[in-house]
Design a binder for this molecule. Structure first.
Ligand SMILES: *[C@@H]1O[C@H](CO)[C@@H](O)[C@H](O)[C@H]1NC(C)=O
Ligand SMILES: *[C@@H]1O[C@H](CO)[C@@H](O)[C@H](O)[C@H]1NC(C)=O
Ligand SMILES: *[C@@H]1O[C@H](CO)[C@@H](O)[C@H](O)[C@H]1NC(C)=O
Ligand SMILES: *[C@@H]1O[C@H](CO)[C@@H](O)[C@H](O)[C@H]1NC(C)=O
Ligand SMILES: *[C@@H]1O[C@H](CO)[C@@H](O)[C@H](O)[C@H]1NC(C)=O
Ligand SMILES: *[C@@H]1O[C@H](CO)[C@@H](O)[C@H](O)[C@H]1NC(C)=O
Length: 312
């Protein structure tokens, strides 16, 4: 149990300035309710400082009179001061279990010595002030790492002293792999800059592995700069911890344009070929018609020449 003193502090601090000269020859005696203390005396300029580090006993708890007597030659001066010896250990803060599974009821208790007041914090309103405080909670994943804090107050010789204590609760949960932290469907433009996030939660921290169905390729978690069509696929993510395992499907879709371009080129080529063919056909046909017309004209001319003139 720790022992301490209220003002003036023990080790006592006494400085007598001036009056007695030379200070280095002075004798100093420190007494606590008649018990001789063993001070260390230091001198500087015309003053001296006596410091005692004597241990206080538990039986000495309460108010005492400290006296300091300085003697120089035949002269002596004395000074008295009230000193309070107290004991004030930090409160005991206990958790029924420091590590629990989810949905386990945990009791948090804080206890200080009689006469002190405790305040237990941790999200719940403090109960009636007294030397004990208690609260219960149904542990959830969100309570993992929660710190409980208990502060004890004790009034000693008109001063309020404070001691505190903290405890951390650990909640075992998971593994968890939900939509919020691991989206199941990503659709991206090829060449864009994206970030793929997939995080599993739990205590202990689960191990996460994502493999593509078919070729077992790893899911590229993190920055994708730029997105390539090779990452597209359906992945199976598995989070595993000593508490179990969960799986989740993650689909990555990559939109790209080359197929459209190819189609456009093919259509254009087909159209051009078609148009050229048609043009050639019409040209040929026109030529044939012209040739035919010429032939007919020549025949007609020949016939005119061969026909003998009708005699008048
Ligand atoms: C002692 O005297 C020196 C010089 O006069 C001064 O700097 C120093 O602060 C004094 N020490 C104390 C404890 O008064
Ligand atoms: C010390 O305490 C006593 C009573 O406990 C009181 O009468 C006295 O005045 C106090 N002395 C000083 C120096 O405060
Ligand atoms: C703890 O909370 C969960 C869900 O909130 C509930 O299902 C369970 O019954 C609670 N356990 C106790 C002991 O109250
Ligand atoms: C705190 O716990 C210790 C050890 O269990 C015990 O000795 C001490 O009395 C307790 N203190 C209080 C204020 O209950
Ligand atoms: C709790 O106690 C420690 C040392 O005992 C101290 O350093 C800290 O400031 C205290 N915290 C509060 C919030 O009082
Ligand atoms: C994924 O998203 C795309 C586009 O947003 C949608 O067409 C598709 O149906 C979604 N697939 C699933 C499994 O949700």
């Amino acid at each position: 149990m720790a022992l301490g003193t209220a003002r003036p502090a023990l080790p006592a601090l006494l400085a007598l300035i001036g009056a007695l000269l030379p200070a280095s020859e002075a004798q100093v005696r420190l007494e606590l309710s008649g018990r001789n203390l063993h001070p260390t005396v230091t001198h500087e300029n015309d003053s001296l400082l006596a410091t005692a580090h004597d241990k206080a006993n538990m039986e000495e708890e309460g108010t005492h009179q400290l006296s300091c007597v300085v003697t120089l030659g035949h002269q002596s001066r004395s000074w008295r001061e009230n000193v309070t010896i107290y004991s004030f250990p930090a409160p005991n803060l206990t958790l029924s279990e420091p590590e629990v599974s989810e949905q386990t009821v945990v009791t948090v208790e804080c206890e200080a010595q009689a006469g002190a007041l405790v305040m237990l914090s941790g999200g719940v309103p403090a109960r009636l002030p007294g030397p004990r405080a208690q609260l219960q909670l149904n542990a959830s994943a969100e309570d993992n790492g929660r710190i409980f804090f208990c502060s004890a107050l004790l009034e000693v010789a008109g001063q309020v002293l404070r001691k505190n204590q903290t405890r951390e609760l650990r909640v075992l949960y998971g593994p968890r792999l939900d939509k919020r932290d691991c989206l199941g469907n990503w659709t991206w433009q090829e060449g864009s800059q994206q970030t793929l996030t997939c995080q599993a939660w739990g205590n202990p921290v689960p191990e996460l592995k994502c493999h593509r169905k078919g070729d077992n390729a790893l899911l590229p978690i993190g920055d994708l700069r730029p997105v390539t069509r090779e990452v597209a696929g359906t992945y199976l993510c598995q989070a595993r911890s000593p508490r179990g395992e969960v799986t989740r499907e993650v689909v990555v879709n990559v939109i790209y344009h080359r197929n459209y371009i190819l189609t456009t080129i093919l259509v254009t080529v087909a159209f051009t070929i078609g148009a050229a063919g048609l043009a050639a056909y019409f040209y040929n046909r026109q030529r044939k018609i012209q040739k035919y017309k010429l032939q007919k004209a020549q025949e007609a001319a020949a016939m005119k020449l061969n026909t003998p003139a009708t005699p008048p």
